[in-house]
Design a protein around this ligand. Structure first.
Ligand code: KPL
Length: 309
């Protein structure tokens, strides 16, 4: 995969971050529902500016030259529609890398795509500044692998390409566990900060602090029943350590769900909360706090879908 041709579908913050990082050494096309400026600036965590020229294309007018790999970087709820729009144009065997949060579309797309499918779980933080500028808020780490443990060599090659481009990435054989761990963190932090309109670090303070524990307890019991372990320690204590570590490390962040609410966009509640509640149902576990957040976010999504009066 020397001088790899990447299609990056979903030119939001993460898509643009990946595109601009890869563009130094590879041919990159950013693909979305509408086109964006071809010259894009990336503000790095070290406060320098990286200006890159990338190819842009609309998803309904795809480039003729086919890619070596497709990165799907849409929000979780947009991934399957985006895949439907482009799958017919891809030669069979084209690798697909899914960058979605939560655990929802990944199994379905892994079964449906005609080629190897890898999933990524990343802690890279980025936000869109404007049409032509994206800010890389903080360095993170990315894990990638396939749900069925195949395609290890491909995962290793792509991890090498991303790491050389400045996005440290590791190929792993337990990506399902990594995706659930991130989902656990997102399920505790995101609905709370979105509801209260606060930055992640404010969860350390009264009155929000007391809201964390009941969600943590529900998430911990569901994931324990699912056989998903926290990275460090066990059970509730291990999940508590992980969630508070992330709150500390991302204290200044406006979480993605808060950004979505503030921008009037659909949130990723179906990919983050619904799989947990579905697992709770399977294990006959009560999860009233998670259920309440899911209901509230669904009601908001329904209201967004209504035409304005
Ligand atoms: O992943 C995140 C998000 O914003 O969705 C966290 C970990 C909560 C950091 O903000």
């Amino acid at each position: 995969m020397t001088h790899t041709r990447h299609w990056i579908v979903g030119p939001g913050a993460l898509g643009r971050l990946i595109a601009l990082r890869l563009a130094e050494d590879a041919a990159v096309t950013l693909i979305g529902r509408r086109t964006i400026p071809v010259v894009q600036t990336l503000l790095t965590p070290e406060q320098s500016s990286l200006v890159r020229r990338v190819e842009v294309a609309r998803i309904d007018a795809l480039p003729r030259e086919v890619p070596d790999v497709v990165h799907l970087t849409t929000k979780a709820h947009g991934a399957e529609a985006a895949h439907r729009a482009l799958a017919g144009q891809l030669p069979a065997g084209t690798p697909l890398l899914l960058w979605q949060n939560g655990f929802d579309c990944q199994p379905r797309l892994s079964a449906r795509h005609r080629g190897p499918v890898l999933c990524a779980s990343t802690t890279e933080g980025a936000y869109v500044q404007d049409e032509a500028q994206v800010t890389h808020a903080g360095h993170g780490h990315t894990f990638l692998g396939s749900l069925d443990g195949r395609h290890g060599a491909l995962a290793g090659r792509l991890a090498g390409i991303l790491s050389s481009a400045g996005l440290p990435t590791e190929a792993v054989d337990d990506i399902r566990v990594r995706l659930w761990r991130k989902l656990a963190v997102n399920a505790v932090i995101n609905p709370l900060v979105a509801h209260f309109g606060i930055r992640n670090g404010e969860l350390r303070d009264a009155p929000y602090r007391d809201r964390v524990e009941p969600l943590l307890a529900e998430v911990a019991s569901i994931l324990t029943a699912e056989g998903i372990t926290p990275p460090d320690g066990e059970g509730l204590e291990g999940w508590r350590r992980l969630v508070w570590q992330v709150i500390e490390a991302t204290a200044a962040n406006r979480a993605s769900m808060l950004q979505d609410v503030q921008a009037g966009r659909l949130t990723e509640h179906e990919a983050i909360l619904a799989p947990l509640l579905e697992a709770a149902g399977r294990h006959r576990l009560a999860a009233p706090h998670l259920a309440r957040h899911l209901d509230t976010l669904r009601a908001r999504a329904d209201a967004l879908a209504q035409p304005p009066p």
